[in-house]
Design a protein around this ligand. Structure first.
Ligand code: GDP
Length: 196
């Protein structure tokens, strides 16, 4: 897929205020600092579209971007931010759950995972929650430039084993590097393929 145009549309915490659901939509979510903003900027060839932040948990909104006037890319808040108060975390959980469970044009949620880390409880819980609620998702292992391919394969195998304890089969798995742009084409082609 060629990205001709990518523009910011709206940010909010309210499903009702999201754009009219008349186009296919794909969301990106993950723990703070996983590399979500960098991946979105890499995919859209726009260094500034999603705000990369040194302060985890800063972007706590549902951010809609319109790509090629054809589909929505949604940047969801990073989960698991330590500095947010319990109250704001609860609100986050509510509106994010509301969005994921009720957004009718949402075709896939990309769950970002740091390729260097072993399976994290919060990520596994989130993916299990998606599974129980019928929310389609794929896994994207980020920052693969930071480890050797042997270490990557080893960690993917650990994940596979962990996931297969609960799942019959794994969702689609992607690997990416925002610095080398590895994975860009595969992720965009996947979006193209399910954009029917
Ligand atoms: P977010 O909080 O999930 O949006 O994460 P960011 O995109 O802001 O990235 C967090 C940090 O990881 C930043 O310092 C990025 O430069 C770095 N980073 C993100 N993606 C990659 C990657 O693919 N490779 C490398 N080496 N660093 C990355």
């Amino acid at each position: 897929m060629i990205i001709k145009d990518a523009k910011f549309v709206i940010s909010n915490t309210d499903l009702d205020k999201c754009p009219t659901p008349d186009k296919a939509e794909y969301a990106f979510i993950g723990r703070s600092n996983v590399g979500k903003s960098s991946l979105i900027n890499m995919l859209t060839n726009n260094g500034k579209l999603a705000k990369t932040s040194g302060r985890p948990g800063k972007t706590q909104l549902i951010n809609h971007f319109l790509i090629n006037d054809e589909w929505y890319l949604v940047d969801l808040p990073g989960y698991g931010f330590a500095k947010a108060s319990k109250e704001s975390r609860f609100k986050w959980t509510q509106f994010i759950q509301d969005y994921l469970m009720n957004r009718e044009n949402l075709l896939n949620t990309f769950v970002l995972l740091d390729a260097r880390l072993p399976p994290q409880k919060i990520d596994l819980e989130f993916m299990n929650w998606c599974g129980h609620n019928g929310i389609s998702f794929s896994m994207v292992f980020t920052k693969i430039d930071k480890l050797s391919s042997t270490a990557l394969q080893k960690n993917l195998a650990v994940y596979r084993k962990e996931m297969l304890k609960v799942w019959e089969e794994l969702p689609p798995v992607f690997t990416s590097s925002s610095t080398s742009k590895f994975g860009r084409e595969k992720i965009l082609n996947y979006i193209d393929q399910i954009n029917v």
